[in-house]
Structure formats: structure tokens, C-alpha cells
Design a protein. Structure first.
Lengths: 235, 145
């Protein structure tokens, strides 16, 4: 532009073509091919090469930003995967907690044990009753031992509900023993004047199991003597 | 000791268990004896159970207020987006929900005995209830003695 006032810039169609080609490379994220093309055509120093240089700076920056973005995305992806794995763990644990809230164990054929631990609210005690009664029917259990050693505090109505649960078990033709009542719960129960007739309470789960064994033993002895009598009368 | 707040999102049964056990720890940490802390945990559990039972999203907040006389208090706030309690006095009666007596045959299906609010009222030192633009807040307070 120095010697002449000619406002036109003359460019060969070849150079123009290669800029267009470079642009098309950039549009599909092939920044390296794009830059090579621009470099080759930018070897001439004229006014058009200023545009080429500006273009290549722009493309280089775009390329860097793009790869930075990809790196961040990859990191994000890894974080997401980790989060998903954690969510899965939480779901598994939630299921475990639900199961653990009423673990009913068949300690002997026909003898169920429901160890109660943790915090017992009214809803949980309703769930326990439901599960225990269903299991007594499905396992044809003769005895259910509800062990509340792990409980030191209960609301009066919830304690009352436990006694009702024991009565419901008897209605199903099984016996219910409540073991491990601690002093606090004992006070709660007498305080609200719960009728404990017909409810067997024992100090520990061990006592409850021993009682069961003694009774089965007596039953077996009784059956044996009956059988012996029958045999002797027949002979 | 400065005031302290802990929040728990309540969506499912396991959140109830977590809130209950965290409630007990929170109370013990702020000087409550184990028995009282367990009573507080039962209240937390009842409040959280209520949120889950009525199928609405909610949040439970444990707030330690050291300024409350004589030695500070823990306020348990249960926020939920559900409808207001129709009749609070009735809902607090054992064996009733907010609209009347609960049919014993339906206890299992409705997932509770209707004694939850009664238990909260018995165990906590104070029970407050307020309605908000959306939902309601039940606050149970335990004073440190």
C-alpha cells in the first residue's frame, strides 16, 4: 500500500482456495492440517498474509481451547462415573438397611428370633409386627422370641404395641417370648399399666432358648412315656 | 459453644434411619445424656417417618441453640411440601390421624399406628407447628438440663 494508492489486493485463486480448505479443516476440528495449509500459503509476505496469520493465530487458540475443553470433559466424565458408582453403593446399602430393620432368624426349626436394635419408632414397630406375623405363618413357627436387649428407650405407645404384637402371635397359635427388657423399658411398661398376663418375658435370649429346649425335652419325655404305656398295655 | 445446624434430605426409609442415628450423635455431642439423646432420636425418626409416609419430599434440620435458657436446646425442624395438618389436636391423639380414628384393620397398610405425633409430644419438651406458603414445619424442642 506504500507506493500506490490502489485499494485492491491481488490474490491467486490457489491461495484463496487453500484458505477455504484450511477453514473447512478447522470446521471439523482438524486444527493441525488447517495450520499446515495456512503456513504453506502464508510464506509470501503481503497484505493477504496478514489475514492468513491472524487466521492461524485464531485457529491455534481455538485448537488449544478445544483440547482443554476435552480434558475437562474427560475429567467430568470420570467424576460422573465415580458418582454413579457411589449412588449404586448407596442404593445397595439402603436395601440392606431396610432388611436389617427387621431381621427374622429361624434359630431352630419352628423357632423364630427377632432381635431388635437401634431406634424404634411407631412406624418401625408396625412394620416389625407385620413381618413377624407373616413369617410365623409362612414358616409355621411355634415360637417367636423378640429380643429387645439392644433397646433402652421406647415411647410408651410403641412399648404398648410390642405387647400387642406378642398377643397377636398367640392368636396365630404360636408362643411369643419377649427377652432382654431393660429397666427403662420395664418402668415404661408398668407406668402405662400394660396388662402382661399371658406374656412371657425372660431376661435374655439365652434364657428364652433354654426355656424352649426344656419344654421340647419335656414334650419328648411325655410322648415317650405315653408310647411306653401304650406298648405295655398292648403286650 | 456456637449454634450449629445440620440438615438431612428425607426421601426414603433409609434416610429415616440415618437421621435418627445422626440425631442421637448430635444430641450426645451437645451434652445430652444417652437416654435423652435416644428419646430425641426417636422423635427425629418419627418426624422423618411421617415425611416418607406421606410421600412428599422433605428436609429435617437439627439446630443447636446455645442461647436458650437454661443451658441451650436442640430444635428438630421437619419441613415438608405436603398438605397442612387438617386437625393438629386430633392428629396428636393416639390412634388418630389428622381426620379421625384409624381403622385398626388399616394400620399395616397405612404404615403406622397413628401414635407418631403423640410420641413426639410426649418425648419432646415443646412441639410447634406452622404452615408456610408451600408445606408445613413441625418443630420439636429438647432442652438441655
Amino acid at each position: 500500500m506504500s507506493e500506490s494508492e490502489d485499494p485492491h489486493v491481488i490474490v491467486t485463486s490457489e491461495r484463496l482456495q487453500s484458505v477455504i480448505e484450511a477453514l473447512s479443516y478447522a470446521s471439523v476440528d482438524e486444527f493441525d492440517s488447517c495450520l499446515t495449509l495456512l503456513q504453506r500459503s502464508g510464506e509470501l509476505k503481503d497484505e493477504f498474509s496478514e489475514l492468513e496469520t491472524a487466521f492461524s493465530i485464531f485457529v491455534r487458540e481455538l485448537g488449544e481451547a478445544k483440547s482443554e475443553l476435552n480434558r475437562t470433559l474427560a475429567q467430568q466424565e470420570a467424576v460422573n462415573r465415580e458418582l454413579e458408582a457411589k449412588l449404586e453403593t448407596i442404593e445397595v446399602q439402603q436395601a440392606a438397611i431396610r432388611e436389617l430393620s427387621t431381621p427374622i432368624i429361624e434359630v431352630w426349626a419352628g423357632v423364630l428370633c427377632l432381635p431388635v436394635v437401634g431406634i424404634v419408632d411407631s412406624q418401625r414397630s408396625a412394620e416389625m409386627t407385620e413381618t413377624l406375623l407373616e413369617t410365623i405363618v409362612s414358616k409355621q413357627a411355634r415360637m417367636a422370641i423378640v429380643d429387645i436387649t439392644g433397646i433402652d428407650v421406647m415411647d410408651t405407645k410403641t412399648a404398648d404395641h410390642f405387647i400387642k404384637m406378642a398377643r397377636a402371635v398367640r392368636l396365630l397359635g404360636a408362643e411369643c417370648i419377649i427377652s432382654g427388657i431393660n429397666p427403662g423399658i420395664a418402668q415404661t411398661l408398668t407406668h402405662i399399666g400394660v396388662d402382661l398376663t399371658g406374656i412371657r418375658t425372660l431376661r435374655s435370649l439365652r434364657d428364652a432358648l433354654q426355656l424352649y429346649l426344656r419344654e421340647t425335652e419335656q414334650l419328648v419325655v411325655h410322648q415317650h412315656s405315653q408310647l411306653a404305656r401304650k406298648l405295655s398295655s398292648e403286650s | 459453644m456456637p449454634s450449629e445446624t445440620r440438615s438431612f434430605a428425607i426421601q426414603g426409609r433409609s434416610d429415616v434411619v440415618v437421621a435418627g442415628s445422626q440425631g442421637r450423635r448430635f444430641a450426645v455431642r451437645h451434652g445430652f445424656d444417652v437416654r435423652r439423646a435416644t428419646e430425641l432420636a426417636i422423635v427425629v425418626s418419627e418426624l422423618a417417618s411421617n415425611i416418607v409416609k406421606h410421600g412428599v419430599r422433605g428436609e429435617l434440620r437439627l439446630i443447636w441453640n446455645p442461647e436458650t435458657p437454661p443451658h441451650g436446646e436442640i430444635a428438630i425442624e421437619a419441613h415438608d411440601a405436603g398438605p397442612p395438618i387438617h386437625d393438629l389436636q386430633m392428629a396428636m391423639t393416639d390412634g388418630y390421624d389428622d381426620r379421625g380414628p384409624i381403622d385398626p384393620a388399616l394400620i399395616l397398610r397405612r404404615g403406622g399406628l397413628g401414635t407418631g405425633l403423640g410420641a413426639i409430644a410426649r418425648l419432646a419438651d415443646r412441639l410447634d407447628y406452622r404452615e408456610e406458603k408451600v408445606g408445613k414445619v413441625i418443630t420439636a424442642r429438647f432442652l438441655l438440663r
